[in-house]
Design a protein around this ligand. Structure first.
Ligand code: FMN
Length: 183
């Protein structure tokens, strides 16, 4: 796929299913992630790859986080939260493990992790898969971060759900001109 076509044509699919990226494709996707702009070459990224049964652990973590936030959640709501982890065959959690650095403030390291996340979506798209980006309150839940193997100080940038597109997304038309000031 042409690079510009991939950049402009990416949309979040409405539904994903198997198959997800295989090992070689996943390697390429992660290489694309690690090619993100990285001030100071700090590599402040964490990529947690969850496929197959590992997604069930993620589902538990999502449901436990919801229960902590909303202890009265009915079982059906908790079950639905759990099932979110199964929305795609592969989930990649992207986080920024921010490092103390006199020249590279925290925001730049988080932005770099955001660029890595976008590279993941674009690489998946270029390889013929679909992907969508989710956060939600769990991304800011310290206990959930620990359960995911992160430090509480790590910043979750997103959960990227990847797989084959079973339901296409809605193409967007963004009016560019109002967003731009020409000097
Ligand atoms: C950091 C970040 C977090 C997001 N979190 C959510 C989310 O939790 N739930 C959601 O519905 N969309 C979320 N989105 C937006 C979608 O991923 C998506 O970009 C949006 O629905 C627009 O669709 P498109 O990707 O087809 O343009 C998030 C986007 C970003 C950049």
């Amino acid at each position: 796929m042409d690079a510009i076509e991939a950049l402009i044509g990416r949309v979040s699919p409405a539904g994903l299913g198997p198959p997800g990226p295989g090992d070689e494709e996943l390697r390429k996707i992660l290489e694309a992630a690690a090619a993100a702009p990285d001030h100071g070459r700090l590599q402040p990224w964490r990529f947690i790859v969850m496929a197959g049964e590992a997604r069930e652990r993620l589902g538990e973590i999502l449901a436990q986080s919801l229960q902590r936030r909303e202890p009265d959640s009915p079982p059906a709501r908790l079950e639905a939260e759990k099932r979110k982890a199964l929305r795609s065959p592969l989930v990649i959690l992207v986080a920024a493990a921010v490092k103390e650095n006199p020249n590279v403030p925290e925001v730049e390291q988080i932005v770099s992790a955001g660029a890595a996340a976008q590279n993941i979506l674009l690489a998946a798209h270029a390889l013929g898969f679909g992907g969508f980006w989710r956060t939600g309150a769990v991304a800011y839940d310290g206990e959930a971060k620990r359960a995911l193997g992160l430090e509480e100080s790590d910043r979750v940038v997103g959960f990227l759900y990847l797989g084959s597109v079973v339901l296409a997304g809605r193409p967007r038309r963004v009016e560019i001109d109002p967003l731009v000031r020409r000097w």
